[in-house]
Every structure is written in structure tokens, then in C-alpha cells.
Design a protein. Structure first.
Lengths: 300, 305, 446
């Protein structure tokens, strides 16, 4: 196929540019309505304060000052940071192990594994939390049943000490398959030539993993980490649904999102809630960006 | 040849050609490894098995029996019947709502993401990087930050308590946009587009007739993941909808669960469990049947470094 | 800075509210300075005949039958009964709708503890101009006092929850436990029961705002005092202390089942004897029937244990009214419906469905009192409930932001149930957190 002389020049480039905007236009239009407008409105709201007595008034950055000094906000932030530091590595590590195992070709029935371990992702968080909630019951749930039949007393998963770990379990259960699949897909595109070379060199499995597979999925690992980090900071569904079962363990300020939700909907403090949410958003974005930077830099 | 800015190519392998066959690796199947991985499998399946077993129990039977084994009465079919007819069959209505939200919402989201991803991949225009940065940055904004302002905005527009309040926000999927961008960059050679342009085809025509078919696996992936997201959507419908007639299944199930908490309310945990089972079946089926597509689509997405 | 103008505004508002309260209580029903002409019964009747559409937000199941019969009686009226959530969920939705100015229902079910919040925010209509004051003798003192606050009548009582002690007779008999008549005896019974059967508990409690406030109410405590926008919160008075002393022992000695109320485990516990008693409102029987059918015949009803031997005090726990949001429409029609459901034919319809009345006539009627409950082994439980209704301690009030305060109850007092924090400290921290919120909202809180 000859390289035909295509009309070039500024006119064409600009037309192409407009066409480009045309393709991304619809997405951006809805995006503006659904993301940008509410964010703008949230920022606007965060500059005011509406009280039961006294009505609405402009307070400038007072809400932000209050948020930064709010011990409940910081305890919530600390909690999700802890959650992130523990749950994300565990989940990604498990996902990686399973992906490597399936990719190694040494499993019986690997398709079966791949599909079934992925299935929990298709379960809505509401259903997953309800199910685990039923099972966590120390009296009549599964834990209780095990206690009775084996004569032991397992610790209560819904006690204040363990509830964060129990939630971590639910989140891990929900997403390990999804992350596993991302890693597995990345492994699948490693060129065969690399493996051939390794075989010729007589490299063992561990060596192959370290030298070929892990570097190959570096990008996928970074992406998965970023999304998991963002997801951890936004933890809401699982604690919100479990709250009825463990009202003393899951406070209204258990996670920043839950705190913002309680402020809005129980306290009718929309303005302060908007400020809290925006502070959270900024923190999340900064951390996600840092993770991306570090991840990318390690490429070389 | 016109060049366009696109993400750095992956390790020079098109995702469309398979790279490894089984024969080359001479697998020595390992029982140990299988057993170890099976632990993961059991972990993934236990709650689902629990769900299945407990959907066969009556409300009273739930309390009397061991969590992971059956009770005397096998009530699965009567539970299913009850779930579908309770409260004048509102479960079916919820199912219909969910299908509506998913088809229109996820379908629309996929359409917008495909268009947008193609635009980002194949065209060069000012502000492109900014656009992408803003969109991905928006993912980091917590849902709750947007919830109340979106609610207040939508109610001024008269949209709350209507299906639109759930559908419109579902039309935006930054992850889908990203996925389509990488996929389009990989799967559609620039030469193809150039050739079409030379032939005098319009941009949109080119996109529609030539590029779209090549994007197949990517589209299916985005569609499936959007479907999961919309199907499982909980928080947004919770605040937007007040009329139970418009609830999706997730919100409906939770309202049944909470029903037990009101004076005079009837606990229907067996229906919550059976309803949950019925809720996840369609998605599970969709994923199982469409495996081939989304697996290769995901492969493309994770290839971008 | 900007604080001073706000404080002046708050004082001015308080003054205005006080003035308005003075103004309206002088009126005898003729047109008044609060901006609305009186609506007579004839007007309401005319509206009912004319018809229209009505939106009602309520979760009370017996209202379905009421709506059906109401529509049959007034064929031109179409009622859309929506269950927009239970309790707090619905209040959130209601407040959101009011804030947005759209989608506000014409009638809303609002529990007694939440009504002051809506009344103060002027979110619900003062029903005096519809002649609601004339209904005051229709209802028992507890519910009426709850709707007749801040100088107006902001809702019509729908049901009530005078407290009683429900106990599992089978369990009591098995361990030879006497039905306690005082809380001291209750504590003893708790110890005896748990010692005899470590898997059984006298009751379950993981911290419940309604329960705690009701018990302090019964003990004569008055932790919340409201005067316009001046609010006092104090958990150190005699009544609160009595509650704390007894209840702390139950907590410390681990005599309370750590099961969240209204969960599946809770229903299970009621059924199999793990939870032996329940001190709660008179609306509970319907829940026993539907939620714990397996224990039918095993439970009985007794009067609430007393704080002082020989006393006869009670309190209300739960119960709701029907109110008219200001931003709703169809006012005459809405009032007509409320009157029908709460003070007209709707009452008997609901009683037949298992609801517990707030109307004096029903509570004193022979038919009502002699009802035998098969669930309680044929016991005429209504006698106990009716007696309790008459003995409700007077002078109780809720906070004008009780909904919020209750939502943070478990954050604060809940700690006493799962850590070494004492109940008194928990209540104190609830007091502080509530006070902070009140101040943030512009009240002056002591």
C-alpha cells in the first residue's frame, strides 16, 4: 500500500482537531453536568453555613478550618489510611499469587479457577455485605454455628477491635478476583520469546517470575494500586450497611465518606459536609498521584 | 503519514494475536499448587454457596439451622415464588427498573466512552492531556462529595425521583474512557484511517464502519464493567429515589432488610436472601457467557504502561 | 468577626418565636396574626367531597387498609401512600425534599421524638388553624403533649407506645424467676438467669437512644429542657443517675445480650429464649406475631418495673403522629385524611390491624380492654398497656434536634457497651456532642 499523499496543512489539522473534540464532546458534556457542576456547587456550598436558627450565611473558609481541626475527621482519615496500608497490599498480593499460579500453566482446570475466583466481583456490595453480615453473627450466624459445633469461642468479627478487619475481608473478597484478572491479562501478553530465552538459560520458575513476569505487569500493578488506594479512601458501602449490625463498632465517623454522609443526612450540615468531602478529595488525589509517580519511576 | 500522539506502544505486540500456546510450556501439572489455589477458590465461593443454601430455608428455618447446611424443609421454590409476589410483585418491578438503568445507563456510558476513547486515541487536539487529567482526577472525588450537590441540582431541574436521576450520572465512566483510549490506540492502525480519508470517507463514517468492528472486545469489556457498576449501584439511587416503585434491586433488597426494624414491620430475611440470589444470577451468567471478550479487552487495558 | 451579627440574629429569632407563641395562644380559633385564616370542618368536608390527589409518606403498615377505606368513602380522593423509608431514613428524605423545595409530601408520618425538630424548623404546619386543639381530649396525655409543643399543634397522634415489660414465661418458669416489679428486682433476676443459663440473658441492649431516654423519663429525669431557642442538656439529675446506677451494673456484669435490636439474630433470640424480656412500647405485639411466630404462647406482659418500690410511673417509647409539611399541598384534603386516620373511622381500622391507639376512648373501651391476645396465652394485655398510658410521667421534652442527637448516640454512649467507658461518661459525652451541635446550629445551649 503506497503511502498516499494526504492533504496536510493547518486547515486540515484544525478540522481534525474539531472532529476530535466532536468525538469526545458528548462524554465531556455529560461529564460536566455530572461531575464538574456538582463539584463547583459543592465548593460553593462549603463557603456557607446554614443553621437551624439563623439561616444561611457566608463563612468563607471557616468550614475548612473546622474540618482540619476536627478530631472525628482525622480519626476517620487515620482509619482509612490504616485500612489502605494493610488491606490493599494483602489483596493485591493474593491477586498476584493467584494470577501467577493460573499463568504458570501448572494448575488443573485453570479456566475454572479464573472464572470462579472472579465471580465475587459481580456481586453487588450490598448483597456481599448482607451475606457476610449474616455469616459474621456470633450467635446464630456462621461464626456462632462454628462456635457451637467445635466448642470454641471465636472472636466477634463485629467487635470494635475487629470490625475494620472484617470489612477488609469483605472488600478483599469482592475485589481479589478483579485484580487477579488484571494481572493475569497483563501476564498473557508477555512475548513468548522471553520465555524461550529463559528456558535456554536454564532459569527456574522463581527466576522467571522475578525477572520476566513481575516487570511485565509493573504497569498493571500501578493501575491496580491506584484504583485500590482511591477505593480505600472512599470506603462507604460496606461500613454503612454493617452499621445496623454493629452500631457501637461503626461510628458515624468511621470513614471520611461515612462522616460526610452523616453530616449531610443526619445533621443537615450540608455545608460542612461539602468542605469535608472536598478536603478528602484533595488528599485522595495527592496520594493517588504520588503512587503513580513512584510506580512509574520504578520502571527503569 | 500523519502522526498522532498516542500512548507509548506496549512491548510491540498487538493484543489481537495470541502469544503463547500451551504446547510450548510443557506444563507439569502440580497438585500442590492446585490445592493451594483451591483455597482461594473456596474463599471466593463460600458466601455464594451460603447464599444458595440459605435461599432454600424458610424464615423460621434460617434461625434453626446450621449456616452451611440445609434445613429440613426445602423451600427454594416457595421462596422464589414469595420473592416474586411479595408486596404485589414489587421485586419484578425492581428487576425491570434495574434492567432499564443498566441498558440505558451502561449502554449510554459505553457509547460515550467509545466515542471519547476513539477521539482521544486518534486525534490530536489542544487540551487533550488536560481533558484526560481532569477526567481521571474526577475519579478521586468521593461519591459523597457529589451526592448532595447533585441531588440539590437535580431536584431544581425536577429530575429527582425519576429514572433520569439514576441514569444520567451512570453515563460517565472515566475508567471506560481510559480503557477505550488504550484499546483504540492499539487496535486501530493509523494507516487504516488514513486510507479511509484518502477514499473520501467522513470521519464519523470511518469510525462507524471501519474502526468500530475492530474495537469489539474493548466495547464488550467496557459494556460489561459498566453493567456491573450500574447493576450494583446503591448509594446514588438511595438518595435520588424516594418512591419504591423506581428502586433498583440493590436499594429494594436493603429496604426489605430494614423492614424488620420498624414497629409492625415484617421480617423477611428469607426473601432478602432469595432476592439477593436472584439479583446476582443475571450478572454471573453474563460474565460466564461473555468471558472471551472481556478477558482480551482487559488485556489491552493493562498493557498500557 | 462575623459572630456578633449571628448572635443578634439568633436572639432576634428567638424573640420572634416567643412573640409568635404568645400571639397564637391568645387566639381562640378566629383568624390570627400567624398568617392563615381558620379552616372549619365544613371547609374540610367540602374539600373531601371535591376530591384531588394526596401524597402520604408513611411506613405504618396498617395505613394501607385505612387508605383503601378512605378512598372508598371519598371516591373523588386519590391517595398515593409511599413508604419512603423507616424513621430516620424518611426524615432524611423529608428534609432533603424540603431543602430542595420539590417532592414534598402532603402528609408525613413523624415520630414523637422527631416532631419538635420539624416544628421548630417550621417545616410542618401548625394544625390549630384547622381546629386541631379541639382534639386534645381525644388523645391520652403522653402523645398529646408530644404534638402540642412550642405553642402549637404540629401533628395528630396516630399511635402510642406506653411501656410495659414483655417476658418469656417459659424461661422464667424454667429457672423459677419471679416477674420483677422494681428495677432492683430486675437486676437480681438478671443475675439469677444468667447464672443458671450462661447462654440466656435478661434482655439485649447495645445502646438504644429511644430506650435510654424512655427509661430516664420513667425515672423522672428531665435531661432536655427547651425554651424557644434556649436548650439545656443535663444527664446528671436524679432520674438519670438512677438509670445509670442500675444499668451500669447490668453492663459491667455482662448481663445484657450483645445483640443489635431488630436484627435477624435479635428475632432469633426472642424466639429461642436467649433474650428473656423486653421493656418496650405497647406496639410490640404485632412485631411478635409476625417476627417471632415460633414463640407464640410463651410470652406474657407485665407492668414496667418501677424505680421506687410501690410507685406507678411509666413512660412512652416510640409512637408516631401524622403531620402536614408546610411545603406540601392540598391542605384541607390533607387535614381531612389525617383526621380520618387518627381521630375518625381510621382508628378502628388500624386497631383491627394490630396498631396501638393513642385515643382515650379506645384505651378505655370495654372491647379494647378485654381483648385476649392468643400470642400471650390469652392474656388481656391491653389492660396493662392502658394503665401504663395513664401513668406516663409528665413534663418530658425532646431536643429540637433529637433526630441528630439520636444518630450520634451510639458513637458516644455506645462506647460504654463495648469498652471500659462508664455509662455516665458515655452520657456526658453524648451531652457534649449534642450541645456542640446545638450551638453550631444557632441555639444557646447550657
Amino acid at each position: 500500500m503506497a503511502v498516499a499523499r494526504v492533504a496536510t496543512g493547518r486547515g486540515v489539522a484544525r478540522r481534525r482537531s474539531l472532529v476530535g473534540w466532536g468525538f469526545i464532546g458528548p462524554f465531556l458534556a455529560v461529564f460536566a453536568l455530572v461531575f464538574l457542576a456538582p463539584i463547583g456547587y459543592a465548593i460553593y456550598l462549603s463557603l456557607f453555613r446554614n443553621r437551624l436558627i439563623g439561616g444561611n450565611s457566608f463563612v468563607g473558609l471557616d468550614n475548612y478550618a473546622q474540618a482540619l481541626q476536627d478530631s472525628e475527621f482525622w480519626s476517620a482519615l487515620g482509619r482509612v489510611a490504616l485500612f489502605l496500608a494493610v488491606q490493599v497490599p494483602i489483596m493485591l498480593f493474593l491477586a498476584l499469587l493467584v494470577a501467577l499460579a493460573i499463568d504458570s500453566g501448572r494448575l488443573y482446570g485453570k479456566s475454572f479457577f479464573r472464572v470462579t475466583i472472579f465471580l465475587p466481583y459481580a456481586v453487588p456490595a450490598v448483597v456481599a455485605t448482607l451475606m457476610w453480615g449474616f455469616m459474621y453473627g456470633t450467635r446464630f450466624g456462621l461464626i456462632g454455628n462454628i462456635n457451637e459445633s467445635l466448642g470454641v469461642t471465636l472472636p466477634d468479627p463485629l467487635s470494635p477491635d475487629l470490625v475494620l478487619a472484617s470489612i477488609g475481608n469483605i472488600v478483599t473478597w469482592e475485589f481479589v478476583g478483579y485484580n487477579m484478572l488484571i494481572f493475569y491479562s497483563a501476564l498473557r501478553v508477555v512475548p513468548a520469546s522471553l520465555y524461550e530465552a529463559a528456558e535456554i538459560d536454564g532459569a527456574g520458575q522463581i527466576r522467571i517470575i522475578r525477572a520476566i513476569k513481575l516487570p511485565a505487569i509493573r504497569g498493571a500493578l500501578v493501575i491496580a494500586t491506584i484504583f485500590s488506594v482511591i477505593g480505600s479512601f472512599q470506603l462507604f458501602n460496606e461500613p454503612a450497611i454493617l452499621q445496623d449490625l454493629a452500631p457501637n463498632a461503626i461510628t458515624t465517623y468511621f470513614t471520611p465518606n461515612l462522616y460526610a454522609y452523616s453530616l449531610s443526612f443526619s445533621g443537615q450540615q450540608y455545608n460542612y459536609s461539602a468542605a469535608v468531602a472536598i478536603v478528602m478529595a484533595v488528599i485522595t488525589m495527592v496520594i493517588a498521584y504520588v503512587v503513580q509517580l513512584r510506580g512509574m519511576r520504578r520502571e527503569y | 503519514m500523519a502522526t498522532s500522539v498516542r500512548p507509548p506502544p506496549a512491548r510491540s505486540r498487538s493484543v489481537l494475536t495470541p502469544v503463547r500456546g500451551k504446547a510450548r510450556r510443557g506444563p507439569r501439572r502440580s497438585l500442590t499448587l492446585t490445592v493451594l489455589t483451591a483455597i482461594m477458590l473456596v474463599y471466593s465461593l463460600i458466601p455464594l454457596v451460603w447464599l444458595l443454601i440459605n435461599a432454600t430455608k424458610t424464615q423460621a428455618g434460617l434461625f434453626d439451622s446450621f449456616g452451611l447446611w440445609f434445613h429440613g424443609d426445602f423451600a427454594l421454590f416457595s421462596n422464589i415464588a414469595d420473592t416474586l409476589t411479595y408486596d404485589d410483585g414489587i421485586f419484578l418491578r425492581w428487576l425491570g427498573n434495574t434492567l432499564l438503568y443498566v441498558l440505558v445507563g451502561a449502554g449510554g456510558a459505553t457509547f460515550l466512552a467509545v466515542l471519547g476513547g476513539y477521539g482521544l486515541a486518534k486525534f490530536d487536539f489542544a487540551g487533550k492531556r488536560v481533558v484526560f487529567a481532569v477526567v481521571i482526577g474526577a475519579v478521586a472525588v468521593p461519591g459523597t462529595a457529589l451526592a448532595v450537590p447533585t441531588f440539590l441540582m437535580f431536584s431544581r431541574m425536577g429530575l429527582t425521583n425519576t429514572p433520569w436521576s439514576v441514569i444520567i450520572p451512570s453515563l460517565v465512566t472515566p475508567f471506560g474512557l481510559y480503557l477505550m483510549w488504550t484499546f483504540a490506540a492499539e487496535a486501530i492502525p493509523d494507516e487504516l484511517i488514513e486510507a479511509a480519508r484518502v477514499d473520501g470517507a467522513s470521519e464519523f463514517g470511518t469510525f462507524f464502519r471501519i474502526c468500530l468492528p475492530l474495537l469489539g472486545p474493548g466495547i464488550v469489556t467496557v459494556l460489561l464493567f459498566s453493567m456491573v457498576a450500574t447493576w450494583n449501584n446503591y448509594f446514588l439511587p438511595l438518595i435520588m429515589l424516594k418512591n419504591p416503585d423506581w428502586y433498583p434491586l440493590t436499594v429494594g433488597l436493603n429496604s426489605w432488610n430494614k423492614q424488620a426494624e420498624s414497629a409492625g414491620g415484617e421480617p423477611v430475611f428469607n426473601l432478602v436472601i432469595t432476592g439477593s440470589l436472584l439479583t446476582i444470577l443475571p450478572l454471573l451468567a453474563a460474565f460466564l457467557l461473555l468471558q472471551r471478550y472481556w478477558q482480551s479487552g482487559l488485556a489491552a487495558g493493562s498493557v498500557k504502561q | 468577626m462575623r459572630r456578633k451579627p449571628l448572635r443578634i440574629a439568633a436572639l432576634a429569632t428567638a424573640a420572634l418565636i416567643a412573640l409568635a407563641a404568645c400571639g397564637s395562644s391568645d387566639d381562640e380559633g378566629a383568624g390570627s396574626g400567624d398568617g392563615g385564616t381558620t379552616v372549619s370542618d365544613a371547609d374540610v368536608q367540602a374539600a373531601l367531597e371535591k376530591g384531588g390527589n394526596l401524597t402520604v409518606w408513611a411506613w405504618e403498615p396498617t395505613l394501607k387498609e385505612v387508605v383503601a377505606k378512605f378512598q372508598a368513602k371519598y371516591p373523588n380522593v386519590k391517595v398515593n401512600l409511599v413508604n419512603a423509608g423507616t424513621g430516620n431514613d424518611q426524615y432524611t428524605a423529608l428534609q432533603n425534599a424540603i431543602a430542595a423545595g420539590k417532592g414534598v409530601p402532603d402528609v408525613a408520618q413523624i415520630e414523637y421524638y422527631a416532631l419538635p425538630q420539624f416544628a421548630l424548623a417550621k417545616s410542618v404546619d401548625d394544625l390549630k388553624k384547622y381546629g386541631a386543639e379541639s382534639l386534645n381530649s381525644t388523645f391520652t396525655p403522653g402523645p398529646w403533649a408530644s404534638v402540642n409543643t412550642a405553642g402549637g399543634v404540629f401533628g395528630i397522634p396516630m399511635d402510642s407506645g406506653p411501656m410495659a415489660l414483655f417476658y418469656n414465661k417459659e424461661v422464667f418458669d424454667k429457672h423459677s424467676i419471679q416477674v420483677p416489679t422494681t428495677w432492683a428486682e430486675y437486676l437480681e433476676a438478671a443475675r439469677k438467669l444468667h447464672k443458671a443459663d450462661p447462654k440466656a440473658y435478661i434482655t439485649s441492649d447495645m445502646g438504644d437512644a429511644g430506650f435510654t431516654t424512655s427509661l430516664i423519663w420513667q425515672a423522672g429525669g428531665k435531661p432536655f429542657k427547651v425554651d424557644g431557642t434556649n436548650v439545656t442538656i443535663d444527664f446528671s439529675d436524679a432520674g438519670a443517675k438512677q438509670f445509670v446506677t442500675t444499668w451500669q451494673q447490668l453492663i459491667s456484669e455482662k448481663l445484657l445480650a450483645p445483640i443489635a435490636g431488630w436484627s435477624d439474630q435479635w428475632y432469633q433470640g426472642l424466639g429461642d429464649g436467649t433474650i428473656a424480656t423486653l421493656a418496650t412500647g405497647a406496639w410490640m405485639p404485632a412485631n411478635f406475631v409476625t417476627g417471632v411466630p415460633g414463640a407464640s404462647g410463651k410470652w406474657r406482659v407485665a407492668p414496667m418495673p418501677q424505680w421506687q418500690a410501690g410507685a406507678n410511673a411509666s413512660a412512652e417509647n416510640g409512637g408516631s403522629s401524622l403531620a402536614m409539611p408546610v411545603k406540601g399541598g392540598n391542605k384541607e384534603l390533607a387535614y381531612g385524611f389525617i383526621k380520618y386516620a387518627d381521630a375518625g373511622e381510621g382508628v378502628q381500622i388500624r386497631l383491627d390491624g394490630g396498631a396501638f391507639p393513642a385515643t382515650t376512648a379506645d384505651l378505655t373501651s370495654e372491647k379494647f380492654l378485654s381483648t385476649e391476645f392468643p400470642y400471650f396465652g390469652g392474656q388481656k394485655a391491653n389492660e396493662i398497656f392502658a394503665d401504663s398510658a395513664q401513668k406516663v410521667v409528665s413534663g418530658w421534652s425532646y431536643l429540637p434536634f433529637q433526630v441528630y442527637a439520636n444518630s450520634i448516640f451510639n458513637d458516644t454512649v455506645g462506647k460504654a457497651y463495648v469498652s471500659s467507658t462508664t455509662l455516665q461518661d458515655g452520657l456526658n459525652s453524648w451531652q457534649q456532642a449534642s450541645a456542640k451541635y446545638g450551638t453550631d446550629q444557632g441555639f444557646s445551649v447550657k
